[in-house]
Structures are given as structure tokens and as C-alpha cells.
Design a binder for this molecule. Sequence first.
Ligand SMILES: CC(C)(COP(=O)(O)OP(=O)(O)OC[C@H]1O[C@@H](n2cnc3c(N)ncnc32)[C@H](O)[C@@H]1OP(=O)(O)O)[C@@H](O)C(=O)NCCC(=O)NCCS
Length: 184
Amino acid sequence: MTETAATGEEGALAGKPTSVSRTTLSHIMTAGDTNLLGTVHGGVIMKLVDDAAGAVAGRHSGGPAVTASMDEMAFLEPVRVGDLVHVKAQVNWTGRSSMEVGVRVLAERWNESTPATQVGSAYLVFAAVDADGTPRPVPPVVPETERDRRRYQEAQIRRTHRLARRRAIMELRERRAAEGLDDA
Ligand SMILES: CC(C)(COP(=O)(O)OP(=O)(O)OC[C@H]1O[C@@H](n2cnc3c(N)ncnc32)[C@H](O)[C@@H]1OP(=O)(O)O)[C@@H](O)C(=O)NCCC(=O)NCCS
């Protein structure tokens, strides 16, 4: 598979700067968001992460995009009722039809002027799709700052590892099937 450079080797689509689709989604946590311990449920944060990343992927690709994977979701600090949560997302990297979206989750007390702290982070891969759900090409992302360029390079490393892991698992399954090992 050929990896598409940010300069737009695909030719057809013009590059889009990172800042064009960068998005922040903010939400106040309420009692309905808690787990049995009384802090905010991880799934509530994951939903916000997916929502923010989906908005970014849709804006960057100019149409529908679906979540293909979510990885390296890290919960760094508990989130509490009354926290104002900010979910910041941007396109880190683009391939032919897929985009890696990086997300940082910050929390601050809703009624205090204390600085927000980072409480989580995640990387998601979205695939841009047409009306039939078939993957369609995306514009190459154009990193604008040194931080964007570092994120682009790190995303390429994650992409390489995702493909290698998937290939290794498929090969293992094929080997086991060829040996007649059935775990169904
Ligand atoms: C994601 C989906 C569109 C991929 O379709 P596909 O037929 O496998 O198409 P492809 O193999 O061409 O993959 C399309 C792109 O997505 C990437 N991709 C597919 N599965 C992936 C995965 N699990 N992790 C990371 N990237 C993935 C491919 O590498 C490819 O990237 P590229 O075009 O930039 O090289 C398809 O699996 C799908 O519709 N999944 C359900 C998505 C969904 O409903 N999400 C919401 C959760 S309920």
C-alpha cells in the first residue's frame, strides 16, 4: 500500500491545513455521567472523544466519515461532576481514505478560574465514506507548525505499527487454520 505524503501526491485533492478542521467540544459533567465510584464514567469521555474526532474528520474530508479504530485511549486523572471538559481534536495524518485524529481531553472546575488540566488523550482512525459506505479519498492534511509536523511523524509510526500488528495476527490465524487448529 502506498502512503500519501502531505504534499498531495494523489493529485486530485488539494491539501488542507490542520487548523481548518481543528475543533474543541466542551461539556459540563453532571450526576448522570457518573460511575459507581461517583466520578465520571470512562465511556462518557470516550463518547465525547468520538464526537469531537468525528466532527474533525467530517470537516477535513468534507463529508461523512466513520470511526475505523480508537487506540491509545489514556485516562490520566479522574473527571468529577461539575467539571467543564474540553475535548480538543485535530487531524494528525492522512492516508488515501483514512485520517488519524489526535484528541486531548482537558478538565477545569466549571465555576473557578483555575487552569484546565489534561485528563486524557486518544488517537482515532476515521475512514471517509461515500453514500454507500465505500471509502473515498481525503485531502492530504498540511501540518502548519512544528508541533503539527511532530504529530504527523508520530502518527506515521502508529500507522506502521497498526498495519504490522494486523498483518501479524492475520498470518497467525492463517497458520493455525492451516494446521487444523480450531478454537471456535
Ligand atoms: C472503516 C471501513 C469503512 C473500512 O472499510 P474497508 O472495506 O476495510 O476499506 P479499506 O480496507 O480500503 O480501508 C479504508 C481505509 O481505512 C483504514 N482502516 C480500515 N480499518 C482500519 C482499522 N481497523 N484501523 C485503522 N485503519 C483502518 C485502511 O488502512 C484504509 O486507509 P487508507 O485508505 O488511508 O490507506 C469499514 O470497515 C467500516 O465501515 N467499518 C464500520 C465503521 C463504523 O460503523 N464505525 C462506527 C462504529 S459503530
